[in-house]
Design a protein around this ligand. Sequence first.
Ligand SMILES: Cc1ncc(COP(=O)(O)O)c(C=O)c1O
Length: 382
Amino acid sequence: MEQIYLDHAATTPISKEVLETMNEASLNAFGNPSSIHSFGRNARKLLDDARAVIANAIGAKEKEIIFTSGGTESDNLALIGTALKNKARGKHIITTTAEHHAILHAAQFLETEGFDVTYLPVSETGTVSPDDLKAALRDDTILVSIMFANNETGVIQPITELSNILEDHGAYFHVDAVQAFGTFEINVKELGIDLLSVSGHKISGPKGIGFLYAGENVAFAPLSYGGEQERKHRAGTENTPGIAGLAKAVELAAAHRAENRAKYRSCRDTFIKRLTEEEIEYSVNGNLDELIPSTVNISFPGTNVEQLLVNFDLSGIAAASGSACTAGSHEPSHVLVAMFGTEDERTKNSVRFSFGSLNTEEQAAEAAGRIAKIVRRLAKRR
Ligand SMILES: Cc1ncc(COP(=O)(O)O)c(C=O)c1O
């Protein structure tokens, strides 16, 4: 039986070109970028080149890119770093109830440190209302953190509208673009974004590497202390092979964005069409036309998520509930609770399917056929 991987939102397989770039960097640029000799200079050049590729991809300056260990660290640095540095200006932060735990748990930490956090609600289709943001803004608001696309549902937030509201306010705008970066071209200047989080392993790059874009006017404190790497924003010898791999992944994502979008969308469309043809009961969480093309979160009435995932796995289909980081816990997804409330069945019978480089339309149709069989059997038992 063919194994079908529909969990690209959890992580993506690394691309061969990225791996080759990393091997090359490991073997031939192994020096410490802080060393002054030729080995160090060689590694420093690799770092500088990678930074230039990434800055160019998002319309930023090279000095505005800070390499991190991934999305979680970028989110933490964005939230906690700016909060600590700007607390004299104010201690109010705005985010949403549907953010990734890297944001929510960082925000909860800040609450214990005396910051006041407003969690904006999301609608039943998962979006934040610009009016709610407008109403929540205060003179002492120092930071607004809203994700580009949700990791569980794929729902895209109205980033331009939200950014426009902040135009005349002193609060920084942080955007977690970990899920969107692979399929959306993001120009931080055009979108009015002050801080942006991106992770390598969601874009066919290496795990444990990512970057934070922080505009040159953004003041933020480091979270680690030691050497003076990353312009004193992130101490520690740089992960040069990972950084080279990340830059290659960013370059490839930019070069193939349109074709990847089309491919993922056609896989998803085929998948949904086949579910409909199979005449099983299902509903999409969120509006299909407000989702990133790779992801869809689907509720199957009369089933429950643990049963579904175990049976999908037995039939060779890898899918997920909630975010990968909380997989294994039986708590209903906080994102679906934010959309539907605690009592709604959809919080307990929904699965995320996320398409990517490993998939074909044929596979998507085959997966939907297997899923329909399982759902029919489980829903009948009710
Ligand atoms: C929206 C979002 N933010 C942050 C993260 C954390 O990224 P990383 O796994 O690179 O730490 C994830 C990973 O699932 C994510 O989907």
